[in-house]
Design a protein around this ligand. Sequence first.
Ligand code: NAI
Ligand code: NA
Length: 396
Amino acid sequence: MIIEPRMRGFICLTAHPVGCEQNVINQINYVKSKGKIDGPKRVLVIGASTGFGLASRITSAFGSDASTIGIFFEKPSSPGKLATPGWYNTAAFEKQAQEAGLYAKSINGDAFSNEVKEKTLALIKEDLGQIDLVVYSLASPVRTDPTTGITHRSVLKPIGAPFKNKTVDFHSGKVTEISIDPCTEEDIQNTIKVMGGEDWEMWIDGLKAANLLAPNALTIAYSYIGPELTEPVYRKGTIGRAKDHLEATAFTIADKLSDIGGNAYVSVNKALVTQASSAIPVIPLYISLLYKVMKAEGIHEGCIEQIQRLYSERLYTGGNVPVDEKGRIRIDDWEMRADVQAKVAALWEEATTENLPSIGDLEGYSNDFYNLFGFKVGGVDYTADTNEVVEIPGLQ
Ligand code: NAI
Ligand code: NA
């Protein structure tokens, strides 16, 4: 079939398998171009099919020859029905991994469930024995607690007072004022349940109890801080409370891993266009201004550049892992540079529908968004008849 983008609100309903494949190949080539990393050999990535998790899987495999197991929640393809991008990404990744002689298997299901955890532990036991690195990179709006059976929904809201600020609809380019009402106490608790550290700790507890973590094993989860501008809706809002919890959980897990010489980290990453971030109000406007400034400075990075740098310059240097005063790895260092933030703040004041295309990188934002779904990727023939059915070779 001929596959075209079909947008509805903040999502795209279609995905292009060849475009997704090309994205994965581009990321693999980037990692290879940076040379070998003396990194982990057996890696479990939870949230492995898109964004930072996919970049972590690619960096592990093609940067340090790791065997990888990827967990994700994606819609498969079938005749006449397109898969979600993460499915096509994983199919492309596994094909490339196989060709390179690298072990790669995947499990598609709810990572929050006991069932997927048990299936994963059994696969590790059977195939890899133990794991050197567990990457926890889930972004989800809902979680069913396997212990209580209660389904929790996260919200993206300010705490205590309404938040009024500018935002942009990146499809139309329209800059408008929005006002978001504050959350309830229940919203905070639900968001912590979904995006906090509880499930990360459950994964590590399960792996450790089954003796599936190798000596000196590491685990890492991803967080975000960002500028003052977005604080009410991000770091000091409901999602920020969940990130506080995630960051605190790193210390709990680190204690639990100390007897095997292991450790747990949170890495604070840069703001990037992913399916998760485009759904957060205000963030797309911030990202489009940030991209403009960082590209002008020659310091712009995507997910793969971020994670390649995380591995080669933070986690696997052979020396101590550098962390901030709160114990967090900072790979958002270039985003948070004072000169970058001052420029973004000044542009923010000026931003209107009329000037955003020139003072911000709205085109870069939009392009990255299309790229997430395999569209507008260089070198892909979108007029070609494309097979929508693609298999993941190592799917369990
Ligand atoms: P993403 O939406 O690209 O990836 C989410 C992944 O989680 C996908 O592989 C998806 O299949 C998987 N997933 C979702 N629900 C699942 C479930 N129930 N079971 C199994 N898999 C499931 O998100 P992104 O942006 O890569 O986020 C990953 C982490 O990075 C999050 O913790 C996010 O807060 C953090 N982060 C994101 C930033 C950004 O600007 N995008 C910046 C800094 C941190
Ligand atoms: Na991810």
